[in-house]
Design a protein around this ligand. Structure first.
Ligand SMILES: *[C@@H]1O[C@H](CO)[C@@H](O)[C@H](O)[C@H]1NC(C)=O
Length: 212
């Protein structure tokens, strides 16, 4: 082998290794400072405080609608670069959090009131599911499709989740397939779901209005 061929093989191996390391370490990049201070914003205790959950947590009545409250870097800029997000979910009796994924973060969920049926599907199409009681925790691995359901027909449920990214992202599967601004062609969806165009149109119509 010429030394040029050796060099090519070596560079390919190095690129492959680099790619693997990058893939394994995929997550929020480490920042080189304690935190990221935006221009022109006073950095004090207030900057590190988020009060957007108060209205829900301090309420005395059970949730009167399906509640999804998130503190990611979009709502709480101090989280930028810190690899954490919190999500609070409030379920009325029978409420579902439809199948969805957070492409950039694993999610650790704690049931603080009531009970929840939860589950996720892995990349081999295996379903992992469990009925959680108050105080139980469940982890949804990064990027996998998961759901939560309050099966209880008379009591509400509340959960608090921690996610390992300040920008976890959200793909809500039903909306992503059937309720985008310009929706995927009916024929593509009909063939994909082994059904007819009219069934797809029914789904699109049903999803065009909010869940609540
Ligand atoms: C579908 O999209 C519309 C427009 O963005 C939105 O108002 C509606 O809530 C969505 N439907 C569901 C089920 O989320």
């Amino acid at each position: 082998m010429s030394s040029y061929t050796n060099f090519k093989i070596l560079s390919l191996m190095i690129s492959a290794l680099f790619f693997i390391v990058q893939t394994i370490m995929a997550g929020d990049p480490d920042i080189l400072s304690d935190f990221i201070a935006p221009e022109g914003v006073p950095i004090d205790g207030k900057f590190f405080t988020y009060t957007g959950m108060r209205s829900f947590v301090q309420q005395t009545a059970p949730p009167s609608y399906f509640t999804y409250l998130r503190a990611s870097k979009d709502e709480f800029p101090a989280l930028d670069g810190l690899s954490v997000t919190t999500i609070i979910l409030g379920f009325r009796p029978g409420d579902v959090s439809p199948p969805h994924t957070h492409p950039h973060a694993s999610e650790l969920l704690l049931v603080v009131q009531g009970s929840l049926l939860v589950g996720f599907v892995d990349t081999n199409n295996n379903l992992f599911t469990k009925k959680l009681q108050t105080g139980d925790m469940f982890v949804f691995p990064k990027g996998l499709i998961h759901f939560q359901l309050n099966e209880d027909t008379s009591n509400p449920a509340i959960s608090v989740s921690s996610l390992g990214s300040s920008s976890p992202g959200l793909i809500l599967v039903p909306n992503n397939l059937f309720n985008t601004s310009a929706t995927i062609d009916d024929t593509v969806l009909a063939l994909s779901f082994k059904t007819d165009v009219s069934t797809i149109q029914l789904l699109k119509k049903a999803l065009s209005t909010p869940y609540n």
